[in-house]
Design a protein around this ligand. Sequence first.
Ligand code: SF4
Ligand code: SF4
Length: 83
Amino acid sequence: MEMSPEEMQKKKEMVLSMCVCANCPSWEECGEEGGYCFPTIAKSGCITEEKGCICGGCPVTEKMGLKNVYYCTRGSEKEQLGM
Ligand code: SF4
Ligand code: SF4
């Protein structure tokens, strides 16, 4: 089922509010907000080295049933699932 743009925006804000990327060893501070698992948020433009991923401990992983990691370097959940 497709979400309306308003619903997508709300969901994106929820994801960003819970995101723990900024505490991750792979994090690089370059003005990004995290939330890389979300389909409308692009991969990171500054994180290039995978030095550990703490997505598994993020509330978004449980809430949305995410299956992957390293969304910042490998792409959103949808991308990594080949959707
Ligand atoms: S699952 Fe990872 S990328 Fe997604 S909001 Fe949580 S910490 Fe950020
Ligand atoms: S997606 Fe994973 S590896 Fe990338 S910054 Fe967020 S927690 Fe760290």
